[in-house]
Design a protein around this ligand. Sequence first.
Ligand SMILES: Nc1nc2c(ncn2[C@@H]2O[C@H](COP(=O)(O)OP(=O)(O)OP(=O)(O)O)[C@@H](O)[C@H]2O)c(=O)[nH]1
Ligand SMILES: [Mg+2]
Length: 450
Amino acid sequence: MNDTICTISTSLGVGAISIIRISGDDAIKIANEIFDGKDLNLCESHTIHYGFIKEKENIIDEVLVSIMKAPKTYTKEDIVEINCHGGITTTNKILEILLSNGCRLAEPGEFTKRAFLNGRIDLIEAESIGDLINSETDKSRKMSINGLTGSLTEMIENFRKKLLEISANIEVNIDYPEYDDAIEITNDILLPKILDLNCEMDKILKESKNGKIIKNGLNVALVGKPNVGKSSILNALINEEKAIVTNIAGTTRDVVEGKMILSGIVLNISDTAGIRETSNLVEQIGVNKSKELINTSDLIIFVLNNNDVITNEELEILDTLKNKNVIIYVNKDDLENKLNLDSSYENVVYGNTKTNNGLDKLKNKIIELFNLEKLETNNYNCLSNARQIALAERAKKNLENCISSIKQGIEIDMLAIDIKECYDLLGELIGKTYKDELLDEIFKNFCLGK
Ligand SMILES: Nc1nc2c(ncn2[C@@H]2O[C@H](COP(=O)(O)OP(=O)(O)OP(=O)(O)O)[C@@H](O)[C@H]2O)c(=O)[nH]1
Ligand SMILES: [Mg+2]
């Protein structure tokens, strides 16, 4: 038996209505004890009732109470929702009364965790609920809804079904070689089937890259030597005077972050300290942070000054950026060109921060580089978090092992192991098997009341 949990489900602040949610075996009984109105124990499921919340004889608030009986509820347990007047004091007071009448305060995500543990939703659906609440763009909202309505699970389940069929055929061949009815499974029959599945998994993983971008956005770092205009570019892109701009080289020390949305994708932009040799300890720490960001960002906008001759240090940094996604933004093109940039560099954009012209070109270059417009037209049925993608990648390894074993003519029963492992990994992906620590990790990021 589960204890009865409660919490405030709406965000705590001044508003018209707040909702306090209770879930568990005693939800209706406890709500009834503090409710002045109909006897809630006698009410039908999925009905709403007018009355008052009372503490002893004192009226605390005038409320509407919704009764939802198990199993057709969010958690598959009895749920009561109290709609009270919004505002911090009333809402907190009702919560306090519930706690002193036998409810326990819910942990973040505990309602959704119960929905999962009670079999109403799978792990992908649970993760999608968290994603939906946190989505910052319409694209990420669309993707979360796909996960939430089960179409992503369906895609993985279909994949597992095909694996199961292959597995079953192999088992029959191994266990009952004398069976005439069973088609004899040979490596020749298996190879095209596994190749098809491998191809399908490839597609799923490729799409998941898009999914990650839609969900988390792109991390973009503005990098370059001091005074080239990095902070001015950040401010112009996010349309806010966020970073300090001066003509003194070495103005920015700490990383300054800003956000903008481009073609429906969030860009998390970091303005960094200008990279140069310095004896100033604070500046040196800033420079080190800039270098770290080069390694962790999805895109580096390397800023040069059109009005300055390119330095050896800049050329060296450019050299280290060869295998990364880089746009070279030649700033200050309103001033005389002294840069002498070799024409062999790709993705070079000229502009300045005084007009929007160059910045528009920069935005278009980012859209082009990451195919951001195309992401819009994809179906949004894709894996999007590190846990899901890592499991799919491991599943793909098993398929690849299988293919190479078939090509080497290895016994068919050895293949069954890889196929079974692939099947289990995808089961883990949708939460058929899981460890408690994983659930703790997933649900701790949820907001209270969900
Ligand atoms: N003419 C011209 N000046 C610019 C342009 N962009 C920035 N500046 C000027 O260049 C100077 C340095 O700009 P910042 O944005 O602070 O440069 P930064 O790269 O962030 O410099 P650090 O923080 O020191 O690394 C300021 O005086 C800006 O007004 C531009 O496009 N054209
Ligand atoms: Mg700066």
